[in-house]
Design a protein around this ligand. Structure first.
Ligand code: ZN
Length: 201
């Protein structure tokens, strides 16, 4: 269904029961997904010590891998290893972690994932102040003249997609907005149309 509707990428939430309270899936499931779709797989590692597993997710077929700033004291090294492994490297930030914590890593990552709910469970409400955080991150990349993508994850829906894209978001991660919709394909098309119509020049 995701492929036939023209979804751009499949976001995979990996949770370890330590960094976040929930447990989801690991490398074997990603490898199984790799076999059934040609869409890029984007693995969001909500796990402690992500450096131990990041390359295993790349080997399992992830084209994008993000690790949490809060879970890794050696981000520079982990991001470098993901890139050398051949995947896009991202840093994920919990709602309470300021974008300014990434200033000295700009250029070392391909994307930043802003959590717009507290990580761990689907179906939570979007935290409105993430709009301002998205704008600040967008201003930071302009100021540093260094391109990277801004991804927003958590509570994204047709209610906030347009404003998020206007604020600078390039990738919207939608869970319930798609999978709990009466017509998931229509929901994907609506979100994509909102992205196209509101993209900054
Ligand atoms: Zn995620």
């Amino acid at each position: 269904m995701l492929e036939s509707t023209g979804a751009d990428i499949v976001h995979v939430d990996v949770m370890d029961g330590r960094f976040v309270p929930n447990i989801t899936l690991g490398m074997p499931v990603v490898a199984a997904m790799r076999k059934v779709t040609s869409l890029p797989l984007d693995c969001h590692l909500m796990i402690m010590e992500p450096s131990r597993y990041a390359l295993e997710f790349v080997a399992a077929g992830a084209a994008w891998v993000s690790v949490h700033q809060e879970a890794d004291p050696h981000l520079h090294r982990t991001l470098d290893s993901i890139r050398k492994g051949g995947a896009k490297a991202g840093v994920a930030l919990n709602p309470g972690t300021p974008v300014e914590t990434l200033v000295d890593l700009i250029g070392d990552f391909d994307f930043v994932l802003l959590m717009s709910v507290n990580p761990g469970f689907g179906g939570q409400s979007f935290i409105p102040r993430i709009m301002d955080k998205t704008r600040r991150l967008d201003a930071l990349r302009t100021e540093r003249q260094t391109p990277f993508l801004i991804q927003v994850d958590g509570g994204v829906s047709q209610k906030n997609a347009a404003e998020l894209v206007q604020a600078g978001a390039d990738c919207l991660v939608a869970g319930n907005a798609v999978f709990k919709a009466p017509d998931p394909a229509e929901a994907i098309h609506q979100l994509q149309a909102m992205m196209r119509g509101n993209r900054k020049a």
